[in-house]
Design a protein around this ligand. Structure first.
Ligand SMILES: Cc1ncc(COP(=O)(O)O)c(C=O)c1O
Length: 360
């Protein structure tokens, strides 16, 4: 007899997981917006150094990492939520804030995990289409705020479209949101976004909006996707307390904590990597535009392009794969006829451009 699961299991959409991790080294992995740079040797050493003590549970106060983030951003340590990747904080936010009868508002397409929040909690998902340039339409989102709204997600820069909004319209948007509604500004890629100024600019908003959470991660710019560390800088302590309440106490392993603390100590190298990534992204965008394809106004470490109307997405994605290049098909991200390509190393980007040049 088959197992009987909770009803919500039937509702939760499958996350479009990336494939190719078993294909060997000669593959350009441009499908998951990871950093193409390996963690710095000092970061690897810091993670390795704590493994000898792995008979003990990790420090559940996460104090060194909280302190380091607090010192960096000037936010009290008790207003910093941590998680096993920022996904963990996101899912915990859904659990803590949503329930049947509540609503969560977000743009679509955006990060593939957002639909999970409503499906898992029984809340209603209000998906607001992006504008014609594939950017968030904040006015249209505002029009969807009701008495039932508990959570609003703004992905900036947006995954999968790489488009970003400046802080002024976001501030005007926040002014219109009731203070009991939590707004998560998902800034997984903020370090790459030139339109945001610097990574401290949005932190200033936390002084004015206690209902705001800036969700960030060590998976992208710090190159630690495999260790899973994310964090939320919160406008008030309540959010951090609630997301801690719904999770197991040891969500961040000892190696991940140590690596993240060390990674924060090498900001100059991180900044250099950002510069190299942005220079490579501009070349990638130009290469794709020269093929006559539309590319979004990108502001992250990946590009978003639309395929020609007569192009067959599966054939194109398959053709790239045959040539050793893995990218994300728009269909799996909520927009058929498009494609998301992560900025890789110079040779990887060249390989992608050569391959797509042969195919379109
Ligand atoms: C917009 C956005 N938010 C959050 C995440 C989650 O990242 P992680 O759980 O690795 O911190 C991702 C990952 O791709 C993302 O694109």
């Amino acid at each position: 007899m088959a197992l009987e699961f909770a009803q919500r299991i039937g509702r939760i959409p499958a996350y479009p997981v990336a494939s190719g991790y078993d294909l060997g080294a000669d593959i350009a992995m441009l499908a998951s917006n990871e950093s193409c740079f390996a963690p710095l040797p000092e970061v690897v050493e810091a993670a390795a150094a704590v493994l000898g003590g792995a008979n003990r549970y990790p420090d559940p106060s996460y104090s060194p990492l909280r302190r380091a983030l607090s010192a960096r951003y000037g936010i009290p340590a008790d207003r910093i939520a941590l998680g096993n990747g920022s996904c963990d904080v996101l899912l915990a936010a859904g659990e803590a804030l949503l329930e049947p009868g509540a609503e969560v508002v977000y743009s679509w397409p955006a990060f593939s995990v957002y639909p999970h929040l409503a499906a898992a909690s029984g809340a209603r998902a209000i998906e607001v289409p992006l504008d014609s340039e594939d950017r968030h339409d904040l006015d249209a989102m505002l029009a969807e705020i009701t008495v039932a709204t508990r959570l609003v997600l703004v992905c900036n820069p947006n995954n999968p479209t790489s488009t970003a909004l400046a802080l002024e319209p976001i501030e005007a948007f926040l002014d219109q949101i009731p203070r009991h509604v939590c707004v998560i500004l998902d800034e997984a890629y903020c370090e790459f976004a030139l339109c945001l100024g610097d990574t401290y600019a949005s932190v200033e908003l936390l002084r004015r909006y206690p209902n705001l959470v800036l969700l960030r991660t060590f998976s992208k710019v710090y190159g630690l996707a495999g260790l899973r560390v994310g964090y939320g800088l919160c406008g008030s302590e309540d959010f951090r307390t609630a997301v801690d309440q719904v999770r197991q106490p040891f969500y961040l392993n000892a190696a991940a904590q140590a690596a993240a603390v060390e990674a924060l100590a090498h900001q100059d190298e991180v900044d250099r990597r950002v510069e190299r990534t942005l220079a490579a992204r501009i070349e990638l965008e130009q290469g794709v535009r020269e093929l006559g394809l539309w590319v979004a106004e990108c502001d992250a470490n990946f590009i978003w392009l639309r395929l020609a109307e007569d192009a067959e997405e599966p054939t194109l994605i398959g053709g790239l794969r045959e040539r050793g290049v893995l990218v994300r098909a728009g269909t799996s991200l909520g927009r058929p006829g498009a494609m998301r390509v992560t900025v890789g190393t110079g040779p990887e980007n060249a390989r992608f451009l050569a391959a797509i040049g042969e195919l379109v």
